[in-house]
Design a protein around this ligand. Structure first.
Ligand code: ADP
Ligand code: ASP
Ligand code: MG
Length: 408
């Protein structure tokens, strides 16, 4: 007998019919003898609808109140799923995050889980009940409702699996596993049987929204066996594993992309110690996260400095940078929020040369101009104009033959 944590995302619980299908799947797993804890998201579109309601009142809702609002989406689904389970004769209990003591810090809208008390869930499981927990939400030490950031139900599921010492955490979604790239953009994308935590973490942080970044971090840290599978079709899905001998030895395992990018440049700043911190300090103080950074080589005594931020932060970053430009006596400030980032990810890069040059050639052959480049041990990222997203990702998928299974 195993203990499984199963998470069903928004599309999988998007209607009453779908909730009843999920109930049948959960019951079947329990009837097979396993203990089941289910984590559910809000019904698809619901979280966006709630965000929309808040924005009809104010552009700047209090983060605390936004969490009270957003957490209602998941509360609807836990109740409906429990009713559907009971209707099938499967005893079930639903719980909000705070009812099962998912304790988080107080960073509203992006809280981190600090602790979970599994006692109540273990009691229910012992009584033969399925435990249904609301994803995406927790409670801080003062009793305030918190949420974990968009896509946060994945993290709830992994954190519960770690706290309950589950045998596997299964993420059921609307695709049947992790693919070489988003199958919605590239129909020839190939499903991976396995991917390492390290690669999945890189894919998630570079824009693949199939799993929330924090869920992968958590799973890696606590060695939670994690699997992504389809809610609608049978299959083994994709297992996220530690690196093993004999794994599919692809040099590149996937391509991630991120549409939420914008870049800003400050031109003609003095080339002196302390300038980078004078430029980026105020950006950090405004709570804006910076991703890529490039400083040009100085030609005269001045230099240019470019960095990227989340597109939502573009206007604020521009405002802050203009103020800095005046202080530093910079020549000019420029920006572009119609850019995107495409990244190649693979642990095999460590032992293979020439990946970046193959990448740049494939993009050049399509006439795609590269605006920025950044590399690390297991990834190469490029920033290009937004209009090249699809062409760029498809060209790279072809160039690295990601549709073909690598030789073992
Ligand atoms: P859920 O609502 O179940 O949490 P999400 O929409 O958050 O589902 O995540 C699933 C989606 O992730 C898929 O529909 C797919 O478009 C997208 N996706 C992005 N990159 C990948 C990838 N590499 N492999 C599989 N799916 C991906
Ligand atoms: N409902 C939340 C969202 O849409 C959390 C989740 O689905 O994981 O982001
Ligand atoms: Mg999701």
């Amino acid at each position: 007998m195993a203990l499984l944590v199963q998470k069903y995302g928004g599309t999988s619980v998007g209607s009453i019919e779908r909730i009843e299908i999920v109930a049948k799947k959960v019951k079947a797993a329990r009837d097979a003898g396993d203990d089941i804890v289910v984590v559910v998201s809000a019904m698809s579109g619901e979280t966006n609808r709630l965000v929309g309601l808040a924005s009809e009142i104010t552009d700047n809702p209090a983060p605390r109140e936004l969490d009270v609002l957003l957490s209602t989406g998941e509360q609807v689904t836990i109740a409906l799923l429990s009713m559907a389970l009971e209707k099938l004769g499967c005893p079930a209990r639903s719980y909000t995050g705070s009812q099962v003591h998912i304790l988080t810090d107080s960073a509203h809208n992006k809280a981190r889980i600090k602790d979970i008390d599994g006692a109540r869930m273990h009691e229910d499981l012992q009584l033969g009940r399925v435990v249904v927990v609301a994803g995406f939400q927790g409670v801080d030490e003062h009793g305030n409702i918190t949420t974990l950031g968009r896509g946060g139900s994945d993290t709830t599921a992994v954190a519960l699996a770690a706290a309950l010492n589950a045998d596997e955490c299964q993420i059921y979604t609307d695709v049947d596993g992790v693919y070489t790239t988003d199958p919605r953009l590239v129909p020839k994308a190939r499903k991976l049987e396995r991917i390492t935590f390290e690669e999945m973490l890189e894919m998630a942080s570079l824009g693949s929204k199939v799993l929330q970044i924090r869920s992968v971090e958590f799973a890696g840290k606590y060695a939670v066996p994690l699997r992504v599978l389809s809610s609608f079709e049978p299959g083994e899905g994709t297992l996220i594993t530690l690196e093993e001998e004999g794994m599919e030895q692809a040099v590149i395992s996937g391509i991630a992309f991120n549409r939420d990018e914008a870049k800003l440049t400050i031109l003609g700043v003095p080339d002196q110690p302390g300038v980078a911190s004078k430029i980026l300090g105020p950006i950090a103080n405004a709570n804006i996260e910076v991703d890529m950074i490039i400083q040009n080589i100085a030609e005269d005594a001045t230099t240019d400095f470019t960095f990227t931020v989340h597109r939502n932060d573009y206007d604020r970053a521009m405002y802050v940078l203009n103020e800095t430009a005046e202080e530093l006596g910079a020549r000019e400030v420029a920006g572009d929020n119609k850019i995107i980032k495409i990244s190649l990810v693979g642990v095999g890069m460590r032992s293979h040369a020439g990946i970046a040059s193959t990448m740049f050639k494939a993009l050049a052959d399509e006439g795609i101009n590269i605006r920025m480049i950044s590399t690390s041990e297991i990834k190469v990222s490029v920033v290009v104009d937004e209009k090249y997203l699809e062409l760029g990702v498809r060209a790279l998928h072809e160039a690295f033959e990601l549709d073909k299974k690598p030789a073992a």
